[in-house]
Design a protein around this ligand. Structure first.
Ligand SMILES: Nc1ncnc2c1ncn2[C@@H]1O[C@H](COP(=O)(O)OP(=O)(O)OP(=O)(O)O)[C@@H](O)[C@H]1O
Ligand SMILES: [Mg+2]
Length: 340
């Protein structure tokens, strides 16, 4: 699309980067990874190609994950990755620099905030506004800015779970916990080490998690064997691996999130606590795609838990909504529309 009105929403997560183009939709959804030639800055690959090199422990590439724990950890690599993603998503169709709204994690320090701003600017942005990620997720997950009652929004990503109370279009409280889908992969690796005495590659454990797809045995997508995988860089093909027990394991492994929800509600001011208990939890993030999480949470917390329609894309979709009218966004990026 040619023109001055090239507006992009950017969600750079530890695992995945997503870009939303106003008027178009999600135009990019790729692993947050960039690969350089060993010992230099020569770019080899970005996104899924770079992630594949990391998964294969390729010696011909130095693969960097520039975002760690939800914040920019390698500024140069992040800027380069974002620039490549934008170029790739738009092709060479644009002559103009885009305007960005970028999602920032609630807990970000001023230094982390500045790091994201500057990475997006270095990637070629004409203008950047930052939006609280949990607020964007809530909007993308279907929470109307006019909704008055408070809701607890819980977004379970790869490395981080973000908790926030959203009320009247505003993030009123938020906190992050360094726990996510990768910790579930780690739990599977431990189980497999105990069961078979083998150390799985992290990507293989993640594959098993996706293959099972649930935290309740009756919802598991698959119960048996993987075709193959990687143990210490060696492919295993003949090892019979049962996925039995993994759903229960995952159901137990999400306890830190359930405990955190419990405490978030317990510590909320009285009025909000009452509202959250009746309105419940809005669940988002890639890890929320595991079937059965709402059921387990409902049972353990005794409050309604609803999963957003597109949990993994909620932040990007919310940024898309916000892009429609940036005048409604408060300067601190924590309120969008709603009563003043
Ligand atoms: N269908 C699925 N079922 C279960 N888990 C999934 C599914 N799809 C993705 N995941 C998991 O979701 C996690 C990534 O989620 P998401 O894309 O929300 O993270 P992120 O925003 O990049 O990371 P973070 O929020 O930690 O910075 C990974 O651990 C991945 O294994
Ligand atoms: Mg995320």
């Amino acid at each position: 699309m040619l023109g001055w009105n090239l507006d992009l929403g950017l969600d750079v997560g530890s695992c995945t980067t997503r870009i939303y183009q106003r008027g178009v939709g999600i135009i990019l959804d790729e692993p947050s990874a960039i690969a350089f030639a060993p010992g230099g800055q020569e770019l080899l690959a970005v996104g899924s190609e770079a992630q594949l090199m990391a998964d294969q422990s390729s010696r011909d590439a130095r693969v960097v994950s520039p975002v760690r724990g939800g914040v920019i950890a390698d500024h140069q690599a992040a800027a380069r990755m974002i620039r490549e993603f934008v170029r790739r998503a738009l092709g060479r169709r644009t002559l103009f620099m885009p305007r960005f709204v970028a999602a920032l994690t609630t807990d970000a320090t001023p230094v982390e905030r500045a790091a994201l701003l500057s990475a997006v600017q270095s990637a070629g942005a004409r203008r950047v506004r930052l939006v609280d990620r949990t607020l964007a997720a809530a909007i993308g997950g279907g929470l109307a800015p006019s909704e008055r009652a408070s809701r607890l929004v819980v977004s379970i990503g790869g490395c981080v779970t973000e908790f926030g109370i959203v009320s009247r279009g505003r993030l009123v409280w938020g906190r992050n916990v360094r726990f996510g889908g990768r910790d579930l992969d780690e739990a599977i690796r431990k189980m497999m080490l105990n069961r078979y005495g083998v150390t799985l590659a992290p990507a293989t454990a993640e594959q098993m998690k996706l293959q099972v797809g649930a935290v309740l045995p009756q919802m598991a997508r698959s119960r048996v064997l993987m075709g193959g995988g990687e143990v210490y860089g060696e492919l295993f093909r003949n090892l019979q691996i049962t996925l039995d027990g993994i759903p229960d394991l995952l159901g137990r492994a999400i306890s830190p999130i359930i405990n955190e929800i419990h405490w978030s509600i317990a510590e909320a001011p009285t009025e909000q606590r009452v509202e959250i208990k009746s309105m419940g939890v809005l669940l988002l993030g890639g890890t929320a795609l595991l079937q059965g999480i709402p059921q387990v949470m409902r049972e353990r917390l005794g409050i309604p838990v609803v999963r957003a329609r597109e949990p993994a894309h909620a932040v990007a979709l919310g940024l898309g909504t916000i892009l429609q009218d940036l005048t409604k966004l408060s300067p601190d990026g924590r309120r969008y529309g709603g009563p003043a």
